[in-house]
Design a protein around this ligand. Structure first.
Ligand code: UDP
Length: 237
């Protein structure tokens, strides 16, 4: 497979075309942003840990019957993925109250959310990723009613698979973000699942092992990401 020009460069990943029109190469970079890009930094090996964690979790989900865009790992920081049409909705799943949820609503940090809360944000930097409901998604033609219902069902299934798996690694999953794409007629999981897109808390200490370390200057970000990688992909150490 030949890597061609960059198709898109986001805040932490760059997507490249390849000589196969059905495949793309996704590169995980060391750059970091938070608060709509207002806070920026670089962290050595962040791209490596996130790529390896994401690949492992996508493989796990595939084994459990979830269709994803993941094809293979190409290098330390790159993976081959199917080219899909991204649904412009960020799907947020929340199991434990944290972050803005405790500011906007009377939840306390650490409070268990039962049943889990599923939220949709409109994926648009220009509009600041506002929260939307089904009616807005339908009116904006972001997805069909059937697609929204499929996305909800798949997101909840992914949530229960990840909660069970991470529990065996002594990790809690307070919340995370998913993105979906269209491949032919089907909805598949796309993007990444990593320390940049999930809150991971150590089950024993409650310590943050994710991007909150960067957002709120809680300590050594690379050490936190390395710790998650050690638990999820011990084979790379
Ligand atoms: N998230 C993400 N990208 C986004 C928005 C959210 O990866 O553009 C993840 C984030 O890392 C967290 C979860 O989704 O794990 C909830 O984030 P949100 O911004 O909704 O809430 P907050 O961080 O304000 O609590």
């Amino acid at each position: 497979m030949i890597k061609l020009e960059a198709l898109y460069s986001g805040k932490a990943k760059t997507v490249f075309k390849t000589d196969d029109p059905k495949k793309l190469i996704m590169e995980f970079r060391n750059s970091l942003t938070a608060f709509d890009g207002k806070k920026k930094s670089e962290a050595p090996k962040k791209g490596y840990y996130n790529a390896q964690i994401s690949a492992k979790l996508f493989k796990l989900l595939e084994e459990k019957g979830i269709k994803t865009h993941f094809d293979s790992i190409l290098s330390d920081t790159e993976m081959v993925v199917d080219s899909v049409e991204i649904v412009k909705i960020e799907v947020i799943v929340r199991n434990i109250a944290a972050g803005s949820l405790t500011k906007k609503y009377p939840f306390t940090t650490g409070q268990k959310l039962d049943p889990p809360i599923l939220l949709f944000d409109y994926k648009s930097d220009e509009h600041g990723d506002p929260m939307i409901n089904d009616d807005i998604a339908l009116a904006l033609r972001l997805a069909t009613k059937e697609e929204l219902s499929k996305i909800r069902k798949i997101a909840l299934k992914i949530n229960s698979i990840l909660i069970g798996y991470l529990d065996t690694k002594n990790l809690l999953l307070p919340d995370f973000k998913l993105e979906f794409g269209r491949r032919g007629g089907e909805i598949v999981l796309a993007d990444e699942i990593s320390c940049d897109t999930c809150r991971f808390w150590d089950k024993t200490t409650g310590e943050s092992l994710d991007k909150d370390v960067f957002r709120f200057d809680k300590g050594d970000l690379v050490a936190a990401y390395r710790e998650v990688a050690k638990r999820i992909v011990p084979e790379i150490f």
